[in-house]
Write a protein that binds this ligand. Structure first.
Ligand SMILES: *[C@@H]1O[C@H](CO)[C@@H](O)[C@H](O)[C@H]1NC(C)=O
Ligand SMILES: *[C@@H]1O[C@H](CO)[C@@H](O)[C@H](O)[C@H]1NC(C)=O
Ligand SMILES: *[C@@H]1O[C@H](CO)[C@@H](O)[C@H](O)[C@H]1NC(C)=O
Ligand SMILES: *[C@@H]1O[C@H](CO)[C@@H](O)[C@H](O)[C@H]1NC(C)=O
Ligand SMILES: *[C@@H]1O[C@H](CO)[C@@H](O)[C@H](O)[C@H]1NC(C)=O
Length: 610
């Protein structure tokens, strides 16, 4: 039945791809899809401004919709002639045309330019009334459809998935399996007979391997793998699309989702592993030693192996970036594990049914007190710490944001603390805000203050772990609780952000790891984990492949993808460095190779544990 559906799907898919390929390569469309003016870079459009006014000079300013409360930026100065310029084609923008002599606004246009298009603006006065100025935009040459590569990639992956599914369908047919077994493994039947005499058959080994891992929740590894794979794709460039890169300041893109999820699921795993090790009779001191040693290793790998500042050439002590992704994971891991070791309670194998319903919370009240204290500390430092030259409680990006009033205040207190404690040279030099907001201050998205909130999200993950352990095999309880947490955190986020990107009490912000960012992302995480848990561990409808494999080997894949970023199959010299298509193909291929590597290592049972 499933096989039949898939055959249909495959044929429809093939037809679709062919039609698409046909339209792409046929006649006049070739230009539209693949060509661009040679001087345009990625995400740019060409704009020609025609001055039809008799004796006026004017200035053109621009402002991206993405830039919240920004000052207008000068684009070009137009004298008596036509002037050409290049405009941003990622976000809608406003062009404001001011007369040079009087600085009055001649006109203002809101428009979405598209990639590699050729546009003209005609600035004209009406013949009757010289003060009636009109500015019309005309498309001289059609833009390309930038999202086409994403659609193609999606269809290709769908195709690959269907082929895999079909092949596994065929392999599952008994007759085929028997035939294959005989062909490829003539000794196998002999061995099955011999197994009575003591030599283990392949089937036994297979079962052994699988029963050893079957206690492990597949959903956790699947979730971790999903986050990790998106992280790899995004770090490799995400095809150059802005929505696959980090948000410039407030708001969320795909890239902003994955690191907190990774932290969340780390919290869940911490609970499961510490709990099981405590029950096996390990002492807290021994576990504490292990935790400290693992944190130190993680920190050192992050510091020396994959330091971001290597992109400036060889590292020196004066510009060594101290914090980073692994460093933050390390500190978070240490804090949350210690918190758990301090207050861990031995959990009984099965809970009596008549227990009060919130015991997974109430039993751990001291941990909650500490977490709420930490959160209060974050709030106090963020909102009350006096920062020289900046208003207290400033949460903006600096640069041209806030109408350019606080250019050096990037990140408010969080940025200030990092610059004071770590030093300007020891933090991240190119925060995502420098694209839209033109910030010049270094700012570290993995800085000290944000680490508090990363502890909080890991603790919420720990809570998920508690639910999984307390209600082991009571799927309804687990699903219900995950859902309740997801709703609760979702409501908190809605209140904090007033359901808006920039106007809330505390906007969602990846650079600051603001409270609303933590609640929003953990709300998503609870929900996603619920889905994956239900599909993978409860109903067993999905094995978790392919995300399961990288999830089992996350440190190796993370470190590997950073270290080998510039090596051949992961990156090659591109024909056209400004094409989204080629970037996307390269980044997706590199990501797929890491999944494949993780799969091979899984089959060979090689796991990098620290
Ligand atoms: C867009 O206009 C510029 C200037 O007129 C020209 O050089 C370029 O070739 C045009 N691009 C396309 C794709 O026609
Ligand atoms: C400006 O553009 C118009 C229309 O393309 C053209 O007729 C005119 O000659 C151009 N003027 C200059 C000074 O290039
Ligand atoms: C354009 O002129 C208006 C009116 O004088 C002024 O308010 C505005 O600031 C000017 N725009 C820029 C970018 O200078
Ligand atoms: C300006 O001129 C256009 C035509 O060029 C006309 O439609 C419009 O009504 C005029 N506006 C004013 C305020 O005179
Ligand atoms: C911001 O910093 C730059 C360089 O450090 C300095 O030149 C500039 O004056 C500062 N701006 C303000 C408003 O403090």
């Amino acid at each position: 039945m499933g096989c039949l559906t898939c055959t249909y799907a495959l044929s429809i898919l093939t037809a679709l791809s062919l039609i698409l390929l046909g339209t792409c390569t046929s006649g006049q469309h070739t230009d539209t899809v693949f060509k661009r003016a040679s001087h345009l870079k990625m995400d740019e459009a060409f704009l020609l401004i025609h001055n039809e006014l008799k004796s006026e000079k004017f200035e053109v300013f621009w402002l991206s919709d993405q830039c919240f409360q920004c000052a207008y930026q000068p684009l070009v100065h137009v004298r008596k002639e036509n002037v050409s310029t290049v405009v941003d084609a990622r976000h809608p923008l406003t062009l404001q045309i001011n007369e040079t002599s009087t600085n009055r606004v001649l006109c203002s246009i809101h428009y979405t330019f598209r990639e590699f298009g050729n546009y003209s603006v005609w600035v004209k006065a009406s013949p009757a009334d010289h003060n009636n100025i009109s500015c019309d935009i005309i498309i001289d040459y059609n833009p390309v459809y930038s999202y086409l590569p994403i659609i193609v990639a999606f269809l290709v992956y769908l195709g690959i998935f269907c082929v895999f599914y079909l092949v596994s369908c065929i392999f599952r047919l008994d007759s085929v399996r028997n035939w294959l077994c005989k062909k490829m493994n003539p000794v196998e039947t002999d061995r099955l007979i011999n197994s009575e005499l003591g030599s283990p058959s392949r089937a036994d080994l297979y079962q052994e391997f699988h029963s050893a891992t079957s206690n492990r929740l597949r959903s956790l590894d699947t979730f971790r793998g999903l986050a990790l794979i998106i992280m790899v794709f995004v770090n490799y460039g995400g095809g150059g699309y802005w929505f696959f890169k980090h948000q410039s300041w407030n708001g969320l893109t795909l890239a902003d989702l994955v690191f907190p999820w990774f932290v969340f699921i780390m919290g869940t795993s911490i609970y499961l592993s510490l709990n099981s090790m405590l029950r096996k009779g390990n002492t807290r001191w021994k576990l504490f030693g292990k935790v400290v040693w693992r944190s130190i290793q993680l920190f050192l790998i992050g510091l020396f192996v994959i330091n971001e500042n290597y992109c400036h050439g060889p590292l020196s002590w004066s510009d060594l970036r101290i914090m980073g992704v692994l460093q933050r994971l390390s500190v978070t891991y240490l804090v949350v594990s210690v918190l758990e070791l301090l207050f861990a309670k031995p959990t009984p194998d099965a809970l009596p049914q008549n227990c009060f319903p919130l015991q997974d919370l109430v039993l751990f009240w001291p941990q909650w007190v500490i977490i709420l204290t930490l959160e209060a500390a974050w709030l106090c430092l963020t909102y009350l710490l006096p920062v020289p030259g900046c208003p207290a409680g400033y949460l903006g990006p600096g640069g041209i944001g806030d109408f350019g009033k606080f250019p050096n205040c990037t990140g408010g207190a969080a940025g200030y603390i990092d610059r004071m404690v770590l030093g300007k040279g020891h933090i991240y030099q190119h925060p995502s805000s420098n694209v839209i907001y033109k910030t010049t201050m270094p700012y570290d998205p993995e800085g000290i203050l944000g680490t508090i909130n990363s502890v909080v999200i890991a603790f919420l993950g720990l809570q998920a772990g508690k639910i999984l352990v307390f209600y082991r095999n009571q799927h309804k309880q687990v699903v219900g609780r995950f859902f309740a947490w997801s709703i609760l955190l979702g409501v908190v986020s809605a209140v904090l952000t007033k359901c808006s990107k920039n106007e809330g009490f505390i906007p969602v912000n990846k650079n600051l790891w603001s409270v609303s960012y933590v609640t929003t992302l953990s709300s998503f995480a609870f929900f996603l984990l619920l889905l994956i848990y239900f599909l993978v561990d409860v109903k067993k409808l999905w094995s978790g492949a392919p995300f399961y494999y990288p999830g089992m080997n996350s440190i190796l894949v993370y470190v590997g993808h950073e270290v080998f970023e510039d090596y051949f199959p992961f990156k090659w010299k591109m024909q056209d460095i400004y094409s989204h298509g080629e970037h996307l193909a390269q980044n997706l291929l590199a990501t797929s190779i890491w999944v494949l590597i993780a799969y091979i290592l899984y089959r060979k049972k090689i796991f990098w544990k620290i």
